[in-house]
Unconditional design. Sequence first.
Length: 483
Amino acid sequence: MKARGATWPSPSVSTSAASMPSIEVPDIRPMARRIVMPPTLAQAAASAYTPAMRAIITAALLLAAPAAAAPALPPITLAPSQGTALADLVAGRDGRAPQLAGVIGVVANRDRILRAEAHGVAEFGSEIAAARLLTTDSVVRVASISKLVVAIAVWRLVEQGRLDFDRDVSLYLGWPLRQPNFPDRPVTLRQLLSHTSGIVDGPGYGFALEEQLRNRLTPQHWGPAAPGGRFEYANLNYGIIATVMEAATGERFDRLMTRLVLAPLSIDAGYNWQGASDAAVARAAVLYRKGADEAHWDPAGPWVPQVDDLHGQRSPCPVRSTAGCDLAAYVPGSNGTIFSPQGGLRISLTDLARIGQLLLRGGEVDGIRLLKPASVKAMFTPVWQAGKGVPGDDYHGQMLCYGAGPHCLSGRAGATDQPVKGARWWGHLGEAYGLLAGLWVDQRRGRVIAYALTGSAADPFAAPRLRSQFSSAEDIIMAELAQ
């Protein structure tokens, strides 16, 4: 996530399609899947067959159809019989929000998935790949929700005695991390996790494999306040956290995340695809916009890939590099930004909901305990709240409460951060490269909701707001899923 109006850096992972053949192996778990199709295919399926048979035939027709160049594809719409609030957004039938390339929504309680649906397209057809439908198991770059998963790993390391929330992180890094105007004020993990460190994104927050983090930090990466003196949401906080994790353990960040969180939960996912299986790569959901970037929208134009246009194959190098890609030569603790800890997690929404269940259940799910209940309780305790003590930037009214890792919704009736009336949710937002997403836990009602919008035909924040300062599409989706 970033401030409105800022420019996104180019993704650190190369997604050139020129040398990537089409290899698509969908892996569908026994959960609801909504089929989204062009009108002509919908008509072909509308026969005397049963609804289930029509869905199967339609999917087969779509996957067998000759691929065309992406700009020549017709717009994707839905068959009328498939209308839900989420489906209407993909079909462009809800005038309160722009049309979406795709949307996935999952609802869970403590013990099981209650609802899972997907609408739209994971990959529009091209000269080298057939179109693929979005499914509940499509693997999505979930942007800043990645930070919440990093926080779980940090809390595990704290429980193990490898890290201390309130220790000067310079002692882990081996070099002084100091705000130039406050050289006697240490920066702590608690401050980094809660965006109260004084760090700002400034000149950038993701650096190349060959670079040292300490050499890339500049005075422009610091705001005016002393550490602990102001809330300022910044991606770079989590690049520094990843570097601290590496320095304290001697392990590379991507491997740490697999060992501490993903593998114990049997989740097939990874940061910048590292640790994820080839089958997961084949299920990648491409992120789209109708326009080249967020500054130039063309609602009548084609869907333009923004990231993860992989066509079933990994990028030759999973990190940004200026001179080859020798990951074996990388020294852990020198530059933890390389695997995009702030936003690079690729994961399915059903697996993301499982992480929500872990938090809802006090650090345990399916008999696997990652965190003590006391740690989850402490995670779900505000470090910063708008209007209470420490000042801060409320991110256009979307952020009024933040903990040591999770973003918290204030729960105040009429507040600008309330897509769902009167609920105190904990979790995180995600926004990047056309994606809008969220993972939210309501402890009082025992609910988890996860959603991902994989592309918008127009600026999603240009539409009039509905209940909150979230986009209108997110207000609609969260209200639907939180019922």
